[in-house]
Design a protein around this ligand. Structure first.
Ligand code: HEC
Length: 184
């Protein structure tokens, strides 16, 4: 596009994210097979869904049930959510898009997970608890139901119930690779 006037330029940009993705896929297809490219995008989308959609659902539920105000950034959880998805989550997403393992994992999903489980979930629970104490039990129950549904999904259930089986497998693999006792 050669148009430089911002208003005229905006009017010319009419395609959706999906259309942009299709164009990007055409580029990938110059070198990779269709299934290889589709698998990459499936993996990428799954990474986003893991925490972003879950967090968005919790935030949406708090707002819909009027347990947080419609004003952004006047509650702690809104900063938590911003950090979670716009700082840490964006690094993870960009890392995954660019196939950068260190950014996807250590600078990305590791921090996203920490903020999701250790900040967002406890804060949402606390707000619901406050609601219950202040005559909004029905609304609080709705928010808790959203959080409960998310935490009982296969990818999050370990947080609620623990997962000794997976831990034992990880320990055994560590022992095997690095020597006895290294998995502890
Ligand atoms: C100009 C050719 C070319 C284009 C265009 C291209 N790739 Fe690749 N891609 C390669 C080559 C070559 C490798 C193998 C690099 C290596 O093994 O070091 C690779 C590797 C990969 C890998 C494996 C990375 C890994 O760490 O194992 C994935 C996934 C991938 N490409 C996806 C994509 C996607 C998605 C696009 C479009 C957004 C794309 N590629 C565009 C040539 C290309």
């Amino acid at each position: 596009m050669t148009e430089t006037d911002p208003t005229k330029r905006a009017a010319l940009i009419t395609d959706s994210a999906e259309q942009k993705r299709q164009r990007m896929k055409q580029v990938c297809s110059a070198c990779h097979s269709e299934s290889y490219v589709n698998n990459f995008y499936e993996q990428h989308d799954n990474l986003v869904i893991l925490f972003a959609k879950a967090g968005k659902a919790i935030m949406g539920s708090l707002k819909e049930n009027h347990l947080i105000t419609p004003t952004s950034f006047d509650e702690e959880i809104e900063f938590t959510w911003f950090y979670l998805w716009h700082h840490k989550g964006r690094r993870a997403r960009h890392g995954a898009s660019m196939m950068a393992p260190d950014y996807t994992h250590w600078h990305g999903m590791y921090e996203v997970a920490e903020w999701f489980y250790m900040e967002l979930i406890p804060q949402a629970r606390e707000i619901a608890e406050h609601g219950r104490e202040n005559g909004h039990a029905a609304e609080a129950a709705k928010v808790d139901a959203v959080t409960d549904e998310i935490l009982t999904r296969p990818e999050h259930i370990w947080f609620v119930e623990g997962d000794e089986e997976s831990m034992a497998r990880i320990r055994a693999a560590m022992d095997e690779r690095y020597g006895a006792g290294q998995g502890d």
